[in-house]
Design a protein around this ligand. Structure first.
Ligand code: NI
Length: 160
């Protein structure tokens, strides 16, 4: 496993559409492990493959340190209600902003064994799913922020 370099806002790769994953090769398995390692090292709660320069539809999310979700080819099936709150991104270090998201989402995805599953999330998990899935279509939270970005401490642990 290895920690990968996190691309930052302004890097064109973050604005591209990611491709579907057809099969989990050993290389993709290694990518997923590296994404977890990179996310945990950076104290983030989610990371999308384009953030490490790979244009594939893969995200990893772990909002509580206990329930990691590897989401391959994820898609939101249902969303409802709204939440408005602070959001950050490992690709926009030291910054946060206010973003309104659904407060509940149900998504489908495939795991490392290409088994389909569904995940339902509220609050931070719903926010993280929406945020990370946006990355797969080249969308960043700064596109949706209400008002200005503001500075946060480098140790902020709710960055996605
Ligand atoms: Ni992000």
């Amino acid at each position: 496993m290895a920690i990968r370099n996190i691309r930052e806002l302004g890097d064109e790769i973050l604005r591209k559409n990611c491709r579907e994953v057809k099969e989990v090769t050993p290389r993709i398995r290694e990518l997923i492990q590296d994404m977890y390692e990179t996310m945990y090292e950076a104290q983030g709660v989610g990371l999308a493959a384009p953030q490490v320069g790979i244009l594939k539809r893969i995200v990893v999310i772990d909002v509580d340190g206990e329930h990691p979700y590897t989401m391959i080819n994820p898609r939101i099936l249902e969303s409802r209600d709204t939440q408005t709150g602070s959001e950050g991104c490992l690709s926009v270090p030291g910054k946060a902003g206010i973003v309104t998201r659904p407060n509940y989402v149900k998504a489908e995805a495939w795991n490392e064994n290409m088994e389909r599953y569904e995940v339902e999330g509220e609050g931070l998990l719903a926010r993280a799913i929406c945020h990370e899935l946006d990355h797969l279509d080249g969308v960043m939270y700064v596109d949706k922020v209400e008002g200005e970005l503001y500075d946060v401490g480098a140790a902020e642990d709710d960055e996605e």
